[in-house]
Design a protein around this ligand. Structure first.
Ligand code: NAI
Length: 328
């Protein structure tokens, strides 16, 4: 029988994991026939809740689960891991400023990067979902000098999926008719959801939409502020949709993006589009076999250029802040 893929998930007792783990054991990450070993990381006070989650995984009697390992030690959880889904993070607490938040997450993602460096499998692929996702990825990557930078990616797929759904609603198209959407920049309000390269059933999306005001003043803010809208409505942050996007991202990275289309991922900039090298930035990528390529040669409108510049400035600011904290 096939050797199990070892999938480490951090924040295993949290809300996103409560959806994500049950997608993984149904084969939505690595394929319907590949067994998985789950390696779940939590902090000590959440270990009991994590045991409850593991009991529920047992009770699904999934044929794909070969083993469940639980630990509060990243050196154990990441040992031999082929896939690391870094979901657990420190949310902004009362009275915490941005620097406190970055420092608190640095204390999580620096040791986790180190542990991945020292213990993960040679073919490891890492996806960071925990916020601030782009900068947490930068921190983890910095602390894993022996792991190729291209193995580290951050979640922009939820933004991409949100954009797809909004564009489909606006035009009455099926999401499957839409190709080549992109969401550039940071997973934050400054992101640039970009339909200018997109097609809908083969026609330029901009032509189908034919409404610049909608694109600039409704579509972009709706997508960029969707997380906040969900918190307002649900009283809790997006969980199942974030889990869905996490699974989509890793699935497409491993299995490959559809022909004639691309996916949005947060990846290490190679300097394309004037995005400073090394920043973790949302960009359109084609993928196959666990590798990605940044889509090259796209043209930007003046509006698009300004949007890209603003979100890049924010990412550079975050990088500077964690640099000053000695984290990168
Ligand atoms: P949650 O608070 O329900 O769960 C987080 C879990 O992580 C908790 O169980 C906590 O004990 C655990 N944790 C904290 N520090 C840890 C550490 N050092 N090692 C292992 N586990 C640790 O939060 P939820 O809703 O599951 O969200 C998780 C993260 O995902 C948050 O940072 C959230 O902002 C982010 N998120 C990102 C999105 C994206 O599109 N990039 C979308 C939605 C949420």
């Amino acid at each position: 029988s096939q050797a199990p893929v070892k999938v480490a998930v951090t924040g295993g007792a949290g809300h996103i994991a409560y959806s994500l783990l049950f997608r993984i054991i149904q084969g939505q990450l690595v394929g319907p026939d590949t067994p998985v070993e789950l390696r779940l990381l939590e902090i000590a006070p959440a270990m009991k809740a994590l045991e409850g989650v593991a009991m529920e995984i047992d009770d699904c009697a999934s044929p794909l689960v070969s083993n469940i390992v639980m630990s509060d030690d990243p050196n154990v959880a990441f040992d031999g891991a082929n896939i690391c889904l870094l979901v657990g993070a420190r949310p902004r607490g009362k009275g915490m400023n941005r620097s406190d938040l970055l420092a608190a997450n640095g204390a999580i993602f620096a040791p986790q990067g180190q542990a991945i460096n020292d213990h993960a499998a040679d073919d490891v692929r890492i996806l960071v979902t925990g916020n601030p996702a782009n900068t947490n990825t930068l921190i983890a990557r910095t602390h894993a000098p022996d792991v190729p930078a291209t193995r580290f990616t951050s979640l922009m797929r939820l933004d991409h999926n949100r954009a797809l759904s909004q564009l489909a609603k606006k035009t009455g198209a099926a999401v499957t008719d839409i190709r080549k959407l992109a969401v550039w920049g940071n997973h934050s309000d400054t992101q640039y959801p970009d339909i200018t390269h997109a097609t809908i059933a083969g026609r330029p999306a901009v032509e189908v939409v034919n409404d610049t005001n909608w694109m600039e003043n409704e579509f972009i803010p709706t997508v960029a502020k969707r997380g906040g809208a969900i918190i307002d409505a649900r009283g809790a942050s997006s969980a199942t949709s974030a889990a869905n996007a996490t699974a989509d991202h890793m699935h497409d990275l491993l299995v490959g993006s559809p022909a004639g289309d691309w996916v949005t991922m947060g990846v290490t900039s190679d300097g394309s589009y004037g995005i400073p090298e090394g920043l973790i930035c949302g960009m359109p990528c084609t993928t196959s076999n666990g590798e990605y390529e940044i889509v090259q040669g796209l043209e930007f409108s003046a509006f698009g250029k300004a949007k890209l510049a603003a979100t890049i400035a924010e990412l550079e600011n975050e990088r500077q802040a964690v640099h000053e904290l000695g984290l990168v």
